[in-house]
Design a protein around this ligand. Structure first.
Ligand code: LFR
Length: 503
């Protein structure tokens, strides 16, 4: 079969990219078409995303991906898929009347800012909502951990919703971009799952939660399954971009869903243990069903809806965010920091001096992170010691992460009543951190398989490939497609691990 080209739009909290994915001969080749920065900014006292800037970058990226396909002798893009971080949303107003006076799809205005999940507006909201609908009942209905930033709690803290015009729709970030491309208003289910408003049993918005929260169901869009076609690029936009009326496919639009689809485990591996390592470290298991037990609620685990009816039973652990935010502080103070040099220096620091708890919600908000980590660091020996250099601080963060991974993976297996798997896959940008991979292998006494770095984009492309009929229908075979396309690195444990804290 002939080669196909698709575009994967993949937005992260600190950077975004549009990748050209070429599917040919049972392999995927990923070619970066456009990379750009993304950052939080303060608008009227709220941490917000610059959605207009992101939309401009996405359009530029699609032009570049199309040009890349044409350069390779291909006809252009066969489809487009979009993923980003979860839980954040924008609101689109009603479509305006077009030439024939009927509403013109895609003409609705984005009303107000897209406020970011690290903003303080949700402080205390989950607790007060628990008085309306108990934490246990919410968990039973959704399987979703009650993180302060869940869309449900953001909506409850949103003072703009009462005054929205009739016909307004809440759309998650990837769906919002999908709307701008196609004019279609839908919510992709992996992202809907992250809202805390989706009923696992009904596979639809939970009336019980919406009623308890006073959320108007008309504000929510109908769902769309990953793999389904959302629509095609609006004719006028297609002309402007010079890319044709390309289909937009709903992928696992929650980045972690796409990343876990690209975990390069063999078909018969069960359970699959992974860390999707980026701004967050999402550590857990892929399972055929949710684990909504009270023990799982207690342990802070979530069962996020995945692709093909799978669940990601995982825990959110602050990951490279701790390092990148610390670096931001040092750089604001005038230092120039190279991550590679810093990790090399951390590798030479004495081991096991300090620990922090990377699951502590105190690390959620941005700002002065190096100071906050230093204050939180407790010495394993000696009373008043604190990390004194950036290298010591980073060593403390990485060792703490590795130990947390060990504890949380043991907890996941205990809660799911499964034995510890033979290996742990680490995918995403953080999988390039060799020191952390080795510390993790040592802490767990397990083989760590690192890669692919671009798991999210690969998962995005793989699902588009299937949707185009260019890959077999089963999930496992998409993993085969990924595995034949990438280089992996294995880290073996070099010492006998200490027992997990929970044992
Ligand atoms: C990772 C991620 C996590 C989600 C967090 C907030 O990028 O999507 O899965 O818990 O960001 O949306």
């Amino acid at each position: 079969p002939a080669a196909l080209a698709v575009a994967a739009v993949d937005l992260g909290a600190t950077s975004g990219r549009v990748m050209l994915g070429v599917i040919e001969g049972g392999r995927i080749e990923l070619v970066p078409a456009h990379r750009f920065e993304n950052h939080l900014r303060d608008v009227d006292g709220h941490l917000s995303w610059d959605i207009d800037a992101l939309w401009a970058e996405v359009q530029q990226g699609l032009r570049a991906a199309h040009a890349g396909a044409v350069e390779r002798g291909l006809a252009g893009l066969s489809s487009i898929g979009i993923d980003s971080w979860a839980v954040d949303y924008g609101v689109v107003g009603p479509d305006a009347p077009g030439e024939s006076d009927s509403p013109e799809p895609g003409s609705g205005e984005i009303l107000g800012e897209v406020i970011a999940y690290r903003d303080h507006r949700t402080d205390g909201v989950a607790d007060s909502f628990a008085e309306q609908l108990s934490r246990e009942r919410q968990y039973e209905l959704t399987g979703i951990a009650q993180q302060p930033f869940n869309t449900l709690y953001q909506l409850l803290a949103d003072d703009r919703t009462p005054s929205l015009p009739v016909g307004s729709t809440l759309l998650m970030v990837p769906d919002l971009l999908g709307y701008l491309l196609t004019g279609q208003r839908r919510t992709e289910v992996t992202n809907a799952s992250s809202t805390g408003m989706l009923s696992v049993a009904e596979h639809d918005w939970s009336e019980e939660i919406l009623t308890a929260a006073g959320v108007d169901r008309n504000l929510l869009a109908p769902l769309i399954e990953p793999g389904e076609r959302l629509g095609t690029v609006r004719p006028q936009l297609a002309r402007e971009l010079g890319i044709g009326e390309v289909p937009v496919v709903a992928v696992g639009s929650h980045d972690t869903a796409s990343a876990v689809l690209a975990v390069p485990a063999p078909q018969d591996a069960f359970p699959i243990a992974y860390i999707s390592s980026g701004t967050w470290s999402l550590i857990g298991l892929e399972l055929p069903s949710a684990v909504p037990s009270s023990a799982a609620l207690e342990a802070g685990f979530t069962s996020e809806g995945g692709i093909d009816g799978t669940f990601r039973f995982l825990k959110n652990v602050a990951g490279m965010w701790l390092v990148s935010e610390s670096i931001r502080q040092w750089e604001e103070g005038g230092a120039r920091v190279d991550l590679g040099d810093l990790l090399a220096a951390a590798a030479l620091m004495p081991a096991n001096r300090f620990r922090i708890d990377p699951t502590d919600p105190a690390f959620l908000a941005p700002g002065r992170m190096a100071d906050r980590v230093t204050l939180a660091a407790r010495p394993l020996e000696g009373e008043d010691e604190r990390p004194r250099t950036p290298a010591q601080l980073v060593r403390c963060i990485l060792e703490s992460l590795a130990e947390t991974y060990r504890d949380e993976l043991h907890t996941a297996c205990r809660l799911a009543r499964l034995p510890l798997p033979e290996r742990l896959h680490v995918v995403g940008g953080g999988s390039q951190n060799a020191l952390l991979n080795q510390l993790t292998a040592d802490a767990l006494g397990l083989e760590v398989v690192a890669g692919p770095v671009e798991a999210t984009a690969l998962g995005n492309v793989a699902l588009q490939a299937r949707s185009l009929g260019a890959a077999p229908p089963q999930e496992g075979s998409l993993r085969d497609l990924v595995r034949t396309s990438v280089q992996l690195e294995t880290f073996s444990p070099s010492s006998t691990p200490a027992p997990p804290a929970s044992a």
